[in-house]
Design a protein around this ligand. Structure first.
Ligand code: IVH
Length: 673
């Protein structure tokens, strides 16, 4: 039994930890070291373990702990999450300002007060607080519907689980940007290799990928942070300016960018843009521009929205950065399916905040279009979140005659002939699994998350295994033993054992993962799911005809062809057999007896906005009655159910002669009318 001292100490530790989090993330003034923080944290953890009856959901220790979810639930945003109009030039910002002056019928000379903020390059998030407690976090999604990522967001220490202060409305929604600080990104990538995990491409991708983990303990291991930039609450409770909103957010304990500033008119905006531009390289996070927002909230209301963006705000974007460098070589990369991709090896050049040494040239047509030749001076561009690209060459700077680049006629890795398929821009190695490069890529794919998810089996290790002929096909992985593995370079017995454990674990999977892992062309995770759902076991899928495959919702003729081809290939069948013999298994699907259900055998497509319930609820209720609900209209669709503002799906239905129902019909179907 805990005594009052324990209760007190737990309360004290929670308060201290919350306070330190706040100092660190919101005030940017930490007052203790990480080690001291950890010590307090562990003390609290120990006490809570000893007295689980004292555990609360908003305890700082409870940031990780939710069970991995199968998928993210859909969240319908009460107020849509919009995007911003863009401007690049001073003129565009001036006309943004002038338009506001005109719409508000102000004096022509008046300088509107705006709040200027950095435009963070992360991803938008909505945080719902009820009675001061974080109850839900959702991604932006398409602006109307996002994904419920609460368990993951709870792991971000900068997000308060409980708001501070006392003037807190019963319900409020905070919006902001989740991002990955550059410093955290760098550390993560520097240690990724040693931990056997894939490095992140850039901080923005890192943030997005981290938030979309089904296992929140992975999110917890990622360095994420947040800046809040807006508040959705009852109109009557709202302060009168955006600047006050930001101050309120900060007072509640939410991090708000310290670079936010109130400015006057477009001149003030342009000055801010220049200031932030000059600080950009020193910031610990990526920004792709700045945002200006009309400060007065009543003016914001008056100005309203056009299409999906407010008239009262604009994003002033930084230009994509371009640099000139030398194209030193073109190398050919062989992909999993044999695609031969030319990659530009560049003289290292610093552009858009990173040193770029290579960039894809896509294919022969692209090389010709951009007229790039080995030895050329080329323009390299990198904008915010996008991967660097070679824009074009500078032929006027050519010193001598340079030869046009020709793609090889054989695979550089295995010497098999390279062929271009009809209607395809890419050239492919025809070596199949004879080609060591294709083998490596297939194994990487096989081991990837979403596929067999074999942690610790990274590309370096795969390269060793293939180069030493220890592994020819995925099935060989399951024949590896401890002594073979521990003899490899940089493999201690401990990591060898870990890998064996991981391999063992991966034997128990799902059919969808297994199908995806096989790397059948055109079969991504979604298609693999469709196939698994439809066939349940591999035997029927193996012998399925193209027609049978095409009859499945979501499977088009090309995919059907590819699947059929795959299982028609003897080598593939041998690999599949060997994998099954190695003990790969999945739970057999329980075939629900749909025949008794009123809508069994019917397939519906939902589109537009429904009044009575969200599309997701409608979908669930239809499914509960045995119907199937899919995203695209085809000849197999029973009917399209259209709410307000339906999209192109109604037109498609009409073209195909598929029935179109309205919401009343839906309610009749559901038996609720
Ligand atoms: S305001 C209606 N402020 O930019 C107002 N957005 O294109 C919408 N973003 O999805 C957002 N920093 O993810 C706002 N200081 C900031 C921002 C910001 C980054 C992102 C946000 C949004 C996108 C809009």
């Amino acid at each position: 039994m805990p005594d009052s001292q324990h209760v007190l100490r737990i309360e004290q530790l929670r308060q201290q930890l919350n306070e330190h989090n706040h100092k660190y993330y919101v005030l940017d003034q930490p007052s203790i070291s990480d080690a001291e923080y950890d010590q307090l944290f562990r003390e609290l953890q120990a006490l809570e373990q000893a007295y689980p009856e004292l555990l609360t959901v908003d305890s700082p220790t409870q940031r990780v702990g939710a069970e991995p979810s199968g998928a993210f639930a859909e969240v319908r945003h009460q107020v849509p999450m919009l995007s911003l109009a863009n401007g690049f030039t001073p003129e565009e910002i001036q006309s943004f300002h002038n338009r506001i002056v005109k719409l508000l019928e102000l004096d022509e000379q008046q300088q509107v007060e705006l709040v200027a903020e950095p435009k963070l390059d992360g991803l938008a998030i909505s945080l719902l607080y009820q009675h001061g407690q974080l109850v839900r976090a959702a991604t932006r999604g398409d602006g109307q519907r996002g994904e419920d990522v609460t368990a993951n967001v709870r792991t971000i220490r900068a997000v308060p689980l409980k708001l501070r202060g006392d003037n807190i409305p019963d319900e409020l929604e905070v919006r902001g940007e989740v991002y990955m600080p550059r410093s955290g990104f760098d550390v993560f990538n520097q240690t990724a290799e040693a931990r056997g995990v894939k490095p992140l491409i850039n901080p923005r991708n890192g943030a997005a990928g981290s938030l979309r983990q089904l296992d929140s303990s992975i999110t917890a291991s990622r360095p994420l942070a947040i800046y809040a930039y807006s508040l959705v609450i009852d109109q009557n409770l709202l302060p009168t300016t955006h600047a006050e909103v930001l101050m309120q957010l900060r007072a509640w304990g939410l991090p708000v960018s310290p670079l936010v500033k109130t400015v006057q008119g477009s001149d003030g905006c342009l000055q801010y843009y220049a200031d932030i531009g000059s600080q950009r390289a020193q910031l610990d996070y990526d920004i792709d521009g700045v945002v200006y927002k009309v400060n007065r909230l009543d003016w914001q209301d008056e100005l309203g929205f056009v299409s999906r963006a407010p008239r009262w705000a604009i994003a002033h974007k930084f230009a994509a950065e371009e640099q000139v460098t030398t194209l030193e070589a073109i190398e050919i990369q062989v992909g999993r399916t044999g695609s031969l991709t030319p990659v530009a090896r560049l003289k290292p050049v610093f552009v858009g905040g990173v040193t770029v040494t290579n960039a894809t040239l896509h294919n022969q047509d692209e090389i010709r279009r951009k007229d790039v030749r080995i030895g050329d001076q080329v323009i390299v561009r990198r904008a915010g979140d996008v991967i660097p690209e070679v824009v074009r060459s500078l032929p006027e700077r050519r010193q001598q005659n340079l030869l046009e680049y020709q793609m090889p006629t054989v695979c550089p890795e295995c010497g098999s002939p390279a062929e271009r398929e009809q209607d395809e821009a890419v050239l492919r190695c025809t070596g199949g699994l004879i080609c060591p490069a294709q083998r490596k890529r297939s194994l990487e794919h096989f081991a990837a998350r979403g596929a067999m998810d074999i942690e610790g089996l990274g590309s370096k290790l795969i390269a060793q295994l293939v180069d030493q002929s220890l592994v020819m096909s995925p099935a060989d992985l399951y024949r590896l033993d401890l002594s073979t593995l521990s003899n490899l370079e940089r493999m201690a017995e401990k990591s060898a054992q870990n890998l064996l454990d991981e391999l063992e674990k991966s034997r128990h999977t799902t059919m969808a993962r297994f199908l995806f892992a096989l790397g059948i062309r055109e079969v991504g995770e979604v298609t693999a799911n469709d196939l698994a759902r439809e066939f349940g076991g591999i035997e029927r899928l193996r012998s399925a005809t193209v027609e049978e495959l095409e009859a499945i919702d979501g499977i088009g003729p090309i995919v059907a062809q590819r699947v059929h081809q795959f299982f028609g290939n003897l080598q593939n069948l041998e690999i599949v057999d060997a994998l099954l013999a190695a003990g790969i298994e999945w739970p057999k699907p329980q075939q629900p007896d749909n025949s008794a259900q009123p809508l069994a055998g019917n397939t519906y497509v939902l589109t537009g906005t429904l009044e009575a319930f969200s599309r997701n609820v409608a979908k669930q209720r239809l499914e509960a009655l045995g119907a199937k609900v899919t995203g695209s209209v085809s000849g197999k669709t029973t009917a399209v159910i259209a709410g307000g503002d339906p999209g192109s799906k109604v037109a498609k239905a009409e073209k195909l002669g598929v029935d179109v129902l309205d919401e009343t019909d839906l309610q009749i179907l559901l038996g609720s009318e």
